[in-house]
Every structure is written in structure tokens, then in C-alpha cells.
Design a protein around this ligand. Sequence first.
Ligand code: CMC
Length: 429
Amino acid sequence: MADSLTVTDNRTGESYEVPITDGTVRAADLGKIRVDDDTPGLAVYDPGFVNTASCRSAVTFIDGEKGILEYRGYPIEQLAEHSTFLEVAYLLIHGELPTREQYAAWEHEITFHTFVHENVKGFMEGFRYDAHPMGILMASVGALSTFYPESRNISDPENRHMQIVRMIAKMPTLGAWAFRNAQGKPYVYPDNDLSYTENFLAMLFKMSERKFEADPRLVKALDVLFILHADHEQNCSTNAVRSVGSSQVDPYSAVAAGVAALYGPLHGGANESVLRMLRRIGTKDNIPAFIEGVKNGDEKLMGFGHRVYKNYDPRAKIIKKACDDVFEVTGVNPLLEIAQELEKIALEDEYFVSRKLYPNVDFYSGLIYEALQFPPEMFTVLFAIGRTPGWLAQWLELVQDKEQKIARPKQIYTGGRGLDFTPREQRWA
Ligand code: CMC
């Protein structure tokens, strides 16, 4: 069996043999198929990149049909149960698990870089009281590039490492301050005696107490949520990071693009929309009418469906379990009942079954976040903090990949051609 595709172009009768590698054909090989020298070669039309591989990657594996997710080959279930977010970040960035010494050094490095320049605080204070924290986060991550102009030197491995450490370390500080801004509360500086996740909670919620202490079960739950969000191969925001990064801009600017993409309601913004949806449904009795509305195309069942998973999202399963641990501490979120009933009805309904629409990571995460006292506007910020190591691991892979080029898709032009321009005085006469 030859690993190739034989294509006959019926326009010319010409046959071509196109090699197949790793289950893909090279779009450039299809470009060799042309009617004559004056017409462009055959291209692939793929809005939304539903069937186009943009890179080779060794970071994250997903089997959407079977509901499998692995970071660097390790199943997400095992990482969520036995690892920590910082260890997972190390794994994603370095490609392998750290030794005891490597982990200690990594933890120290990240802890050491949690502070931001005082001027960052100054400009964050300039946002309006009702500014969305994701808007603040997006702007402030991008602005970090001006504080570290050496970050433009992306070909130097040591320099790259420094920016990666800085970004993973500073994201919680920026995220927490964006939250405090909305609350009109003073910003809390990092406490480097605390773990990564506990320090984040302290910067969010500390008031006048001398030392902030969080319930370890809540710290663990948030750490697990960060792990679950840490990477997800070529999703919309990662593709944005790679696409912007392909211009060889500094990593802060590339990650700011990732934050922007994540902000959208079809991506990271979905968990915020789920909570608003559950609140709008209000009681279990209203679910059938809501489902009818979804089936009629009036709206979407937020937190359901995924481009890749055509099965239960493995992250949603873990979150559903984590809900129990959190609610044991905080008391049950009354919206949980509506979510569970909604899931039950949807999973039995032919509309959702035939389209293979299952709960995704965002369906239950909002319920936990709310129990942890986060307002809905903060949900996507939490996603962004978790996703930062993934964005950076993918960015690192991109800048070291000799096959990568500046991202520049083709288009099918549908507009007019060669029109004669009539000056305004004549057009408006
Ligand atoms: N509610 C109702 N119908 C849906 C939904 C939904 N949530 N998702 C997909 N469908 C329908 C869609 O209308 C289409 O139906 P038809 O074939 O009759 O036109 C079919 O299912 C296929 O959907 P699609 O829009 O072609 O799928 P996609 O891969 O382009 O979109 C998605 C994936 C995640 C954007 C979409 O499922 C969606 O909008 N879900 C709701 C938002 C959401 O929960 N997003 C979080 C994604 S997971 C976290 C993350 O990665 O950010």
C-alpha cells in the first residue's frame, strides 16, 4: 500500500501523486495541481480550520472521539489527581517531568518573579471601575512587553526562558489586580511564602488579616482547575498565540493575542455565559422550554459541544467530581441542580445526541468558580492563568520549529475587479 494519493484533475485529465505523511497531505503539494501556468494552483478552502493541521506538535494529544486528553503523553486524569499546576507547567514547557531539584528551582524561579513593576499598578488603576477584568488582563499582559524590551530577542533560549518564567509568575498578579480594580479594593502584593495557587487567592481576597489562609480543599480544587485548562492543542487562543508569534513578535504580545481570543463567548468566555444561562433558566420547570429554544436555533446551550470532543469532555468529568469537594466546604450552589437536570435532558434528546453534543469543560467550571466567590467576569481570567503555560509551550515549539513560517492564509476573492474610480465631486454631483 503506497502512502500517497493519486488525484486526477478532471479539468485537464492530468494525474498527480501526492504523498501522505502522518495522515495529511501537504497543501503546497496540492498547489502544484493547476490548469495552466497563468491560473493559481489548487488550494484548500477551510474556514475555521476544521480539517487543516497548522503545525507538528508534541505538547498535547487529544482523541475527541474517545474523550482522551494527554499533556506530553500523561493522561489528564492522573495529572489532576497526583500533580500540581506548577509541575504541569514545567512538564508542558520542558517536555518532561522535573526531578526534585528541577522542581525546587522552578518553583523558586516562579515565586521570585510574581511582583510586577509599580508602573503596571499605576496604569491598571486607570481603568474604569466597571472594566471587564479580561480587558484589563489583555492590555496589561501586552504592556509587559514594554517593561521587558529584551523579550524581542526570541532566538536566545535563556532570554525565552526568562520571559516564560515571568509570564507564568505574573499572570496571577495581573488577574488578581484586575479583580481588585473592579471591587475598588487596594491591590495586594504577592506573598512569596505561599504556594502559586494560594498566593493567587491571597491577592484576590486578603483584607486586613496579617496572613491569608485558604481552606486547602479549595486551594486544591483551584489548582486542579488550572491543570485542566493548562493546554488544549490548537484551540482558538493557542492558534492566535502561534499566528501572532509567527511574526516573531515578543511573547507578551503573542500571549496578549491569546487572551483576546480566549475572551470570546465561544471560547473561554463560555463559562461566564453558562452561569448567566443557568440563572436565566432559574428553575428546573423552565428547562424544557429552554431546550426547545435551543433546538429551534434561538440560542445555544452554552457549555455544550466542542470542535474536537464528540464524546464527554474528560475535563468536564473531573470538574464534576471536584464540584463535590468544593461544595462540601462552601455548601451546594443551587444552580447545580439546574445544570445536572439540563445535562440529563440534553443527553437524552435526539438533537444533542445526533450532533454528539456533550458537556465541555465550561459547563461545570463556573459553578465551582462561583462557589469560590468569583464573580462571572473573573471566570475567563482563571482560564487564562491556567492556559498560560500551554500558550508558552506552544509558542516555544513554534519559534524552534524550522518548518514554521509567518502565518498567512489564502483567500477566495469574491469582490469586484478593475473598477474605474470616479472622484467624489462627480459621484456626489
Ligand atoms: N447548543 C446548540 N447547538 C449546538 C451547540 C450548542 N452549544 N454547539 C453546536 N451546536 C450545533 C450547531 O448548531 C450545529 O448544528 P447544525 O449541524 O444543525 O448546523 C452542530 O451542532 C455542529 O456545531 P458547529 O457550530 O458546527 O461546531 P463547531 O465545532 O464549529 O463549534 C463550539 C464548537 C464549541 C464553538 C460550539 O459547540 C459552541 O458554540 N458551543 C457553545 C459554546 C461553548 O460552550 N464553548 C466552550 C468550548 S470548550 C472551552 C474552550 O475551548 O474554550
